[in-house]
Structures are given as structure tokens and as C-alpha cells.
Design a binder for this molecule. Structure first.
Ligand SMILES: Cc1ncc(COP(=O)(O)O)c(C=O)c1O
Length: 387
């Protein structure tokens, strides 16, 4: 078996700079000075080349795959992070594997033998960070722990410890606006299918800074051709999001924002990672029932906040029931609802223009109400972070 660190003959010299590879890289215009320079060149080539696999082949060709020490791996991870490949700013990560928080993005890793990685045996959830407060953390935590129970994941800590870890991670991040994402996994141990060999379940959390707020701009959606998850899997927030990702991609490929799923009876279900709401012609706020889809924390909060629009006469009522495609497409307004987008008006569904074809007034008002709730809502939805 190959040694895990450089042999004495090459000690002190990065194995990645062995002569044959250096010559090859020089010939290819990938001068290693320092070694990370050629990697940057390779990345640049990847971005411009029509054969996008070529640079990867340069790195892994034949016998030239470098054997790296732990320090060299760390160095390369730093370089990977510095290369700008990541689009978001990762401010802090907690891992129960190393039992602490790091603010170094290069160290934000999870073990490859974690069953969440190779079997999808994990669940996750999120919470927005707004003005130094966590929004609806308790509500998201309820769903998180319910998902874990449905996925037969034993909790590594009790609820109050998990809550405390999440809050401490946000505190360590110093992030005042962004999002917190967290995962519970059956844990690492082996590459079997059964989790019997996983000694301990794992908790991971990451804080992502996002200075920009969503805007309630109108969008187009399309009916998804990707099969919806069965009820058992749709109501839990597991890491098995391939159908969701493909629905999103399909929506984008068709010039839309996302795809909309119909349920097994043909009723409106939900979007790729958001719920759907309508304002009917009789001014009723209408949402599909949550029994076959994910129970959205934002959608539930919208249902509560919308009561004031019933009180002031802008809505005639609020209801949660089956919604046919015909009724949905004939609605005065349609909107997507979720913690990433808050409330996003839909102005076109497939070929059907919704309502006036412009962002609806109720959707825009609900967006403002949710945003206001995030900024100054009651303590039941806002947990202050001490930094
Ligand atoms: C499938 C699905 N439906 C709905 C939602 C909306 O849920 P929330 O408002 O809690 O973000 C999400 C969000 O992640 C989702 O993934």
C-alpha cells in the first residue's frame, strides 16, 4: 500500500513537483512557481477550454498523481479556497467529528465515509440570520428533529444542546446577515448500506454570509416532468435532493425560475425547494395542504401573518386544501414561498399568464410582512445572537 506521506528521498520537496510532471506542466504552459500557480493556470484553462476535462487529466495523468502529506493537502485546500471556486462566503462551521467550530473554510470538511455522503442517510434544515438574530430557529429545529426521527437517525445530543451549538456557531461566525444550515447524519464508519457500523451520529452546521436580500421580482415556473417524491420522503427534509435539483434545473432550462410538482392525484404540490400559494379570484389566500409535501416554515408563517390582510379586507379568507392545476392557473395571483426567497410572485406558469401578468399586490405585501417579521418580529420567531 502506498505511504501516506512523502518518502525520505523526496522529503521537503512537494511530490507534486516531481521532474516529469514539472516538465509536462512547463510544456503545457503551466509553470509551477509556486506549485499553486500551475493549478491556477489549470483552473483558468478549464474555464476557457472547449474540452473541459483536459486540465483534470493533466493533474491525474498516469503515475503523476501526487502523494500528499497532510500539510500539503491543507495547503492545496487553502489554494482551492483562494481560487474563487466557491461562490459564497462560509463564515464558520461546527462539526461533531472534531467537536468544535472553525472559521477556516479550508477545514470545513466532512468524512467521505459518512453515510450522509455515500448513502444519503442524513437530514438537514436551515434558518435565516437577520440583523444578528436567528429567524424561526425553533420552528426549523422542530422539523429537523422530526426529519431525523423519520430517517432513523439517533440524535448525537439532546435538542437544547443542538440548539446551543447552532447559536454558538453563528456567534463565532460574527455573521449578522445570511443563513445557517445544519445536518444530522447517521455518521461515518464504513461504506456499508446499513448504519449498524456507524458508532456515532454526526451533527454539522455552517454559517453562510449573504448581504443581499431577496427581491419580490416576478418569475415564470413550469410544471416539472421529474417525478415527485412519495409522501414518506416528501414530508421529511432528507439530503436526497436529486429530484429537487433536477426540477430546479429543468425550470431554468425552460427559461423559468423553477419547476412545480403535481402530486399523485394531479393536484398542485410544491416547488423544487419552496411552497406554492395562490390568491383566488374571490381573494382567498390558498395553499396546498402540507400532508404530502414539506411543511414549509415560511409558508406557515405567511399563513399566520396573512390574517391581518383578512382583517383589513384585502383577503376574503385563508385556506389550505387541494388545488387543481386549472384553479391555480386561473388564480389572480400565484407565489412561491420559502426561506431562501421569502415570497416570490409568479407571473407565468407554463404558457399561462397569471392574473395581470405583473407581480401581484398580495404577494408583494406578504413579502414585506415576512421581511418585517424577520427584522422586528416577536421573540417566538427571533433569537438574538450575542457576538
Ligand atoms: C421541498 C421544499 N418545499 C418547501 C420548502 C420551504 O420550506 P421553508 O419555508 O421552511 O424554507 C423547502 C425549503 O427548503 C423545500 O426544500
Amino acid at each position: 500500500m502506498a505511504p501516506l506521506s512523502a518518502s525520505p528521498a523526496t522529503a521537503g520537496v512537494s511530490p507534486s513537483l516531481r521532474p516529469s510532471l514539472v516538465a509536462y506542466k512547463k510544456a503545457a504552459g503551466l509553470i509551477p512557481s509556486p506549485w499553486c500557480g500551475w493549478r491556477r493556470a489549470a483552473v483558468a484553462t478549464a474555464a476557457t477550454s472547449s474540452n473541459r476535462t483536459a486540465p483534470a487529466e493533466i493533474i491525474v495523468t498516469g503515475n503523476d498523481v501526487p502523494l500528499l502529506s497532510f500539510a500539503e493537502v491543507a495547503e492545496r485546500l487553502d489554494e482551492f479556497h483562494a481560487s474563487g471556486t466557491r461562490n459564497q462566503n462560509y463564515m464558520a462551521m461546527y462539526s461533531s467529528i472534531f467537536g468544535g467550530i472553525t472559521t477556516n473554510p479550508s477545514a470545513m470538511m466532512i468524512p467521505i465515509d459518512d453515510h450522509m455522503v455515500h448513502r444519503g442517510h442524513g437530514v438537514f434544515d436551515t434558518a435565516a440570520i437577520m440583523n444578528g438574530h436567528l429567524y424561526e430557529l425553533e420552528q426549523h429545529l422542530d422539523r429537523f428533529l422530526k426529519s431525523a426521527s423519520m430517517a432513523k437517525i439517533t440524535l448525537p445530543f439532546d435538542r437544547s444542546t443542538i440548539r446551543s451549538i447552532l447559536i454558538q456557531t453563528v456567534s463565532a461566525s460574527k455573521c449578522t446577515q445570511g443563513s445557517l444550515r445544519y445536518w444530522l447524519s447517521v455518521g461515518p464508519g464504513d461504506f456499508q448500506l446499513s448504519s449498524a457500523g456507524c458508532a456515532n451520529s454526526a451533527l454539522y452546521a455552517i454559517v453562510i454570509e449573504s448581504p443581499l436580500l431577496p427581491v419580490p421580482a416576478g418569475c415564470k415556473v413550469i410544471t416539472s416532468s421529474i417525478p415527485i417524491k412519495s409522501q414518506q420522503f416528501a414530508v421529511m427534509k432528507s439530503v436526497n435532493y436529486l429530484p429537487n435539483a433536477l426540477t430546479k434545473v429543468e425550470g431554468e432550462e425552460n427559461g423559468g425560475f423553477t419547476g412545480i410538482w403535481l402530486d399523485d392525484e394531479g393536484f398542485v404540490a410544491e416547488g423544487s425547494n419552496m411552497n406554492v400559494g395562490f390568491v383566488t379570484q374571490s381573494k382567498e389566500l390558498l395553499m396546498p395542504r402540507f400532508d404530502k409535501i414539506l411543511s414549509g416554515c415560511t409558508a406557515k408563517r405567511v399563513l399566520t401573518l396573512a390574517k391581518q390582510l383578512v382583517a383589513d379586507g384585502r383577503l376574503s379568507g385563508i385556506s389550505s386544501r387541494n388545488v387543481s392545476v386549472q384553479e391555480g392557473k386561473a388564480a389572480d395571483e400565484m407565489m412561491l414561498i420559502g426561506s431562501g426567497i421569502l415570497v416570490k410572485p409568479v407571473v407565468q406558469w407554463d404558457d399561462q399568464i397569471i392574473g395581470s401578468g405583473k407581480e401581484g399586490p398580495i404577494a408583494q405585501t406578504l413579502f414585506s410582512l415576512i421581511l418585517e417579521d424577520m427584522r422586528s418580529g416577536p421573540p417566538s420567531v427571533r433569537i438574538p445572537i450575542s457576538y
